[in-house]
Each structure stands twice: as C-alpha cells, then as structure tokens.
Design a protein around this ligand. Structure first.
Ligand code: CMC
Length: 431
C-alpha cells in the first residue's frame, strides 16, 4: 500500500478533517478513514460494502469495468488456457508460479493428504440421507477441527500451512462423500495416481462394482471450472472467512463459515438456482414471461446467473466457461438438450434487452458452469459444493494473508442505530 501523501478533506459542522489517500498498485485510490471516528465522532455508512475496502490484499485483482480478473497479477484467461488447478493453488498461496521441483513437491504433499480420518466416515452417517451436500460440507469441514488438533494453532506458521494443505486436499473427498452419501452409494477412496480433477470425478462417479475410466476432456473441463472459481477478491464468503478468522477462530471453523455463506443463491448457490430456473422456464416460448418478471419491480424474481456486484461489462470467467461449455457439450453430444436451448435463447434475449443492457447485467460464471456440470452428470445439488471445493484455496490464501499481517485487527463494523432510545423496564402488568 503506497502512501501518495495526498489527502482528501472532509468538512463537517465547520471543522475540517484530512483523510489520507492511499494508492493501490492498480485500481481506484482509497480514503483512509481509520481515525475519523476518534477525530470527528462520526462513522461512515456503507451497507453491503459497495464503496468500502476492508483490508489490504495482494492476491486477486478485479477491474469490473474492463472485465478483468488477475490472480497474483496473471490474467485468468492465460491461466485457464495454460495452467492447471494445482499450479493456480500454489500461485494463490505463495504469490509466485512454482518451478518444476516446487510443483512436484506441492502436488505430492496435496496428494498425500487426500484421505480423511476414518472416523469421519461415522460422522457422515449421522446426517439424513436426503441432506443437501452443502449442509453436510458445512458440518464436516467445521468438524475437522475436532479431528486435526495438530493444525489448529493459528500462531504457528507450520500449522497454518498444514491446515491449508489438508483443506485443499480433503475438500474434494468431502464433497464426493457428501454426494455418495446422498445417493446411497458407498464412499469411494481417493486415488493418488490420478490428478486432482480426475480424482474428484473418480470419487463421484465410480462404484466398486465396475471400472470407471475418467475421460481426459471432462477432467480438463473440471480442472478449468476449479481454476475459474479459485479466488475472487473480497466477495461475501471470503469476507466471511476473514471476519471469522479475525477473532482468532481456527482455520477449519473459518472455512466452514465461508462454505455457509457461499451457499446463498445470491452467491455460489446461484449455479443451482440458475439450473432450477431453466427447468422452471422449461421451453423457449416461456422466456418472455420470465424476462417480464425479472423486470417487474413488484416481483422479487431475478434471472439467476445474471448480474454481478463488481463486473459491469462482462464476467471474464463466464467467457472462458462458455467456451468450455461448448467443448463439453460437443464432446458429450448433448446439443438437443431442451435446457440448453432455453439457456442459449435466454442469454441472447437478455443480452439484447434494454433493461439488462441499461443495468449492465450479463451472464455470470454461474450461468455456464451449471450447464457444464449438468452435462457431466452432476445433480444440481452438487453445483455449489464444486464451487466450494474450488474456492477453498482462495479462502485459505486470504485467511493466511490476514493472519500473517501483524497489523491485523478483529473485524468489528459499526452501525446506524434506528431502534428505541434508552427507556425504563416496565413490569408486565403495566405494559
Ligand atoms: N435479474 C434481474 N434484475 C437484476 C438482476 C438479475 N439477475 N441482478 C440485478 N438486477 C437489477 C436489480 O433489481 C437492480 O435494479 P434497480 O437498480 O432498479 O433496483 C439493479 O439490477 C442492480 O442490482 P443490485 O441487486 O443492486 O446489484 P448487487 O450488486 O447488489 O447484486 C447480484 C449483485 C449478483 C447479487 C445480483 O445481480 C443477483 O442477485 N444476481 C442473481 C444471482 C446470481 O447470479 N449470483 C451469482 C453472482 S456471480 C458468482 C458469485 O459471486 O458467487
């Protein structure tokens, strides 16, 4: 964070206050209001944090107007084209791309952490069979703090590192087990001879009764989905992880909090909600009815998979995801899928509709990822768990960055109080 020595001046009730202007490496300047309350006895008001930077971070950068997403400075399009998920994990965690030895070492360490403590299997069996896999994941990831006592000390950098490795390695196993449990099939153990994405597909789709061979093109598409979801700056779930972590909570508890936040339909739950919406629309002729509902101020309905808080031009992840969707659908030969026809038509209508153009609402990453995952054979309930396992590296990188910052403080927003003024308690007979 470079200090440019510029200041902004706030005038309030005849008094002036200087607010330092801080300059990031790229992106808009930031007004430093940290001393404002002490000096002027006022808070700032910004529900939804639309104009508030809550931390310094060197991990991910988004330019919403340009439709740009950088992981540690590298454009997402280049990473999606040339890199792979575990290399992206290394980059996000460590700040630089690994050399060959570093990559082999990292891959080896992740691979050797993929199995879960056997007793966690019993823990799984406590959930109802029809539990949503996200519900199971929130519970199991939170419960990891009861199983891995040797990586709970947040003040020990080595334990933080081990917790990070464990989560990146075990989240696919947990997600796959949540899925298998929900469909009544036996858990499938990880296979260390497979790459990260192939291993996940294997744990989801293989059964003991027959051989399952992972199609390399599907593994590549899965790996790309993981890369595109790996981090996204200070979004709701990442901010949740940071806020939970700011109190000193252990890393497993913090990631469980992030998973819980991601589940909401305005965030990671949008991929499931989007597919359900496409099913509800059903046929192309019903699209105008749903477009009309999306525009109606009195109707809470929103087009799922459209819009974004930061991207106001296009979502660069959606562009890559759309290409992947075309490749996967070609490979699987599912062009006549009615859901896909509805999706394609909806995309075209919304992109040319005045309302969506004026409000800068474009298809986001969740619009296309659901289509790919559906074609691969995942039920909608697995869409958000796949987002969660992919985002775990982003959450843990941001958590580690926060914990290693010596200037870190507990997150504690203020409020604009609108309740009653102080009043005296009334005995029940006088109310
Ligand atoms: N359909 C119809 N209208 C919309 C939509 C939509 N999907 N999204 C925003 N609008 C309208 C909204 O009603 C508002 O209109 P007005 O200015 O007249 O009040 C205007 O556009 C601005 O929207 P907003 O709700 O103030 O924007 P926000 O930044 O608070 O919300 C969002 C962003 C992503 C939550 C929202 O666009 C949304 O709910 N989209 C659908 C859910 C979705 O696809 N979420 C996934 C986001 S990408 C992946 C992720 O982050 O997890």
């Amino acid at each position: 964070m470079a200090d440019t020595k510029r200041t902004a001046t706030l005038t309030l009730d005849g008094n002036t206050y200087d607010l330092p202007v801080l300059s990031p490496t790229v992106g808009p300047d930031v007004l430093d209001i940290r001393k404002l309350y002490a000096q002027a006895d006022v808070f700032t008001y910004d529900p939804g944090f639309t104009s508030t930077a809550a931390c310094d971070s060197a991990i991910t950068y988004i330019d919403g107007d340009k439709g740009e997403l950088l992981y540690r400075g590298y454009p997402i399009e280049q990473l999606a084209d040339k890199s792979h998920y575990l290399e992206v994990c290394y980059l996000l965690l460590n700040g630089e791309l690994p050399n060959k030895e570093q990559m082999a070492d990292f891959e080896g360490r992740i691979t050797r952490h993929t199995m879960l403590h056997e007793q966690i299997h019993n823990f799984f069996r406590g959930f109802r069979r029809d539990s949503h896999p996200m519900a199971t994941m929130v519970g199991v990831v939170g419960a990891m703090s009861a199983f891995y006592h040797d990586s709970l000390d947040i003040n020990d950098p080595w334990q933080r590192e081990v917790a990070a490795m464990r989560m990146i390695a075990k989240l696919p196993t947990i997600a796959a087990m949540a899925y298998k449990y929900s469909i009544g099939q036996p858990f499938v153990y990880p296979r260390n001879d497979l790459d990260y994405a192939s291993n996940f597909l294997h744990m989801c789709f293989s059964v003991p009764a027959e051989t399952y061979t992972v199609q390399p093109a599907l593994a590549k598409a899965m790996d790309r989905i993981m890369m595109l979801h790996a981090d996204h700056e200070q979004n709701a779930s990442t901010s949740t992880v940071r806020l939970a972590g700011s109190s000193g909570a252990n890393p497993f508890a913090c990631i469980a909090a992030g998973i819980a936040c991601l589940w909401g339909p305005a965030h990671g739950g949008a991929n499931q909600a989007c597919l359900e919406m496409l099913r509800e629309i059903g046929t192309v002729d019903r699209i105008p009815e749903f477009i009309a509902r999306a525009k109606d101020k009195n109707d809470p309905f929103k087009l799922m998979g459209f819009g974004h808080r930061v991207y106001k031009n296009f979502d660069p992840r959606a562009k890559v995801m759309k290409e992947s969707a075309d490749e996967v659908l070609d490979l699987l030969g599912v062009h006549n899928n009615p859901l896909l026809q509805v999706a394609k038509e909806l995309e075209q209508i919304a992109l040319h509709d005045e309302y969506f153009i004026a409000k800068k609402l474009y298809p986001n990453v969740d619009f296309y990822s659901g289509i790919i995952l559906e074609a691969m054979g995942f039920p909608t309930s697995m869409f958000t768990p796949i987002f969660a396992l992919s985002r775990t590296v982003g959450w843990i990188s941001q958590w580690k960055e926060m914990i290693s910052d010596p200037a870190g403080k507990i997150g504690r927003p203020r409020q604009l109080y609108t309740g009653s003024e102080g009043r005296d308690y009334l005995d029940v007979e006088n109310r």
